[in-house]
Write a protein that binds this ligand. Structure first.
Ligand code: SAM
Length: 469
């Protein structure tokens, strides 16, 4: 059975939840059999039986917002073998030497060969080793894996390639200062593109660590961050303060659980703003509808959609003006028919963009007088226009106040008042349990997940809600 490493996005919990949900409900059924704060190890039910499965991996990569790369696993080295060969403190060199031989044997067997990382030997070859630790703040990563294991791998892999007949072998050199300090990021997706690491005589070779050991893989597909960045930054109308990232937009769309026949699925963003969700839902093949109570924002989204379609050389349909409209989210049912939409995906009004933390009383006032009544009316309307059992993926703010307390809208109360149930983002029955506290999930934690950068005053809390019948 083939297994794959999925390198997760920077919000690893959210990326893991997105992936698990995708493997549970899309046509590419599978399971996460192991994970760390950087990667998930995936076994598919039958995808690997298809001789053209790389095309399918490319489709999966494109569909996921929180996946940086997908690599095929060629072998596994258990954690005791690694720690015996690269101990924190060397006691007996003989023992270290003999266990290192085990690793060298594994490398010997998987680097070249019909079913190896490189199926053929070329005169000139290039590789980049990426080590993904179990957790970045792990001392074993900075002290041992970066400083000793990485140089060992570069040397041994080069030796094997030369022994098998390659004349010119080069490998990716990380900056010396990062190696010395132990503060090293594995190569990013844009490096894979820049260095052509998907070519036959070149490769990214991943050593992905979990608590169990290191999975040894070769990268087959990668995210194209430049494409997402271009759409995010070059669209005619943008406003970074109030826009979600492209990755988050895609992750949210996936939580609607609409994986089949997306071109027939009608989805709505009723707080469309400059249209981040709208643009990425077009790329993901949905029929997008959007509304906003601010006419300038409506026009901005229409302009952005037209720009996107012309930049990907697609025809501009005549109906954008009918689908992106000025409408208050408190009265959606005046403009949209009952049971019309297959899903709603939105980042609503979250309040002002605070440059300084507000007082608790200010944030309380905002929530009680503005946000809660707005969300309450929106959920009432959403119930009317959604099809039975369809979903809303919704962001609600958590405001960090000067008094030190976080304050948020009571979405549970609003959801149950309007007959929606909260769907946990991660199904804990499908996830193996971990001994490290930082990797463990608790039930309460996965009902919603948070997306925020360090020190952000307003954090985004992501909810998935399903319409009860
Ligand atoms: C946080 S922004 C959404 C940003 C959007 N996700 C983007 O990428 O540009 C919230 C939007 O909600 C709109 N809005 C505020 N109150 C509204 C209401 N009652 N009905 C509809 N739209 C509203 C604002 O005009 C604003 O464009």
């Amino acid at each position: 059975m083939e297994r794959f490493i999925f390198v997760l996005g920077s919000n690893w919990q959210l990326s893991l939840a997105e992936l698990d949900n995708y493997l549970k409900f899309s046509k590419y059924r599978g399971r996460i059999i192991d994970y760390s704060a950087n990667l998930a190890i995936v076994e598919f039910d039958d995808l690997h039986q298809d001789p053209h499965y790389i095309n399918k991996l490319m489709e999966i990569q494109f569909n996921l917002g929180g996946c940086q790369k997908i690599s095929k696993i060629f072998d596994f080295i258990d954690i005791n073998t690694i720690k015996d060969s690269f101990p924190i403190q060397m006691q007996k060199f003989k023992h270290v030497e003999s266990t290192r031989k085990k690793i060298i044997n594994i490398i010997d067997n998987v680097i070249i060969g019909k079913k190896g990382i490189f199926p053929k030997v070329y005169e000139s070859m290039f590789f980049a080793v990426s080590i993904y630790p179990n957790l970045y703040d792990d001392r074993y990563y900075s002290e041992i894996l970066v400083k000793h294991f990485l140089p060992f791998l570069n040397k041994e892999i080069s030796t094997v390639l030369r022994q098998k007949g390659s004349i010119k072998v080069l490998y990716y050199q990380y900056p010396e200062k990062n190696i010395k300090s132990g503060n090293l990021n594995p190569i990013f997706p844009h490096h894979i593109i820049k260095y052509d690491l998907l070519n036959e005589n070149r490769a990214e070779i991943i050593f992905g660590f979990t608590e169990e050991g290191a999975y040894l893989g070769r990268t087959f597909t990668t995210d194209n961050p430049n494409f997402k960045k271009k759409i995010d930054e070059e669209r005619p109308n943008k406003e970074f303060k109030s826009s979600i990232s492209p990755k988050l937009a895609i992750i949210m769309l996936n939580f609607l659980n609409l994986f089949e026949n997306r071109e027939d699925k009608k989805i709505l963003d009723p707080f469309v703003g400059n249209g981040t969700i709208a643009l990425f839902s077009i790329l993901q093949d949905f029929q997008i509808y959007g509304s906003d109570n601010n006419l300038t924002k409506v026009n901005n989204t229409i302009r952005n959609i037209h720009w996107l379609l012309s930049s990907i050389e697609e025809e501009i349909p005549p109906y954008t003006h009918q689908r992106i409209i000025k409408q208050d989210a408190r009265s959606l049912s005046k403009k949209f028919d009952s049971y019309f939409f297959d899903g709603i995906c939105t980042e609503p009004e979250l309040g002002p963009f605070y440059l300084k933390k507000p007082y608790y009383s200010q944030a309380r006032e905002l929530i009680d007088n503005e946000l809660e009544p707005l969300y309450d009316d929106f959920f009432r309307e959403a119930y009317k226009i959604l099809k039975p059992n369809s979903r809303i993926c919704f962001i609600s703010p958590i405001i960090n106040t000067i008094d030190g307390n976080d304050i948020q809208v009571n979405i549970d109360k609003i959801a149950s008042k309007h007959n929606f149930c909260i769907v946990p983002l991660l199904d804990l029955n499908r996830i193996i349990s971990k001994s490290n506290q930082k990797l463990k999930f608790r039930k309460q934690q996965v009902r919603t997940l948070i997306d925020a950068k360090k020190g952000q005053i307003v954090k985004r809390k992501i909810y998935v809600l399903e319409k009860n019948e």
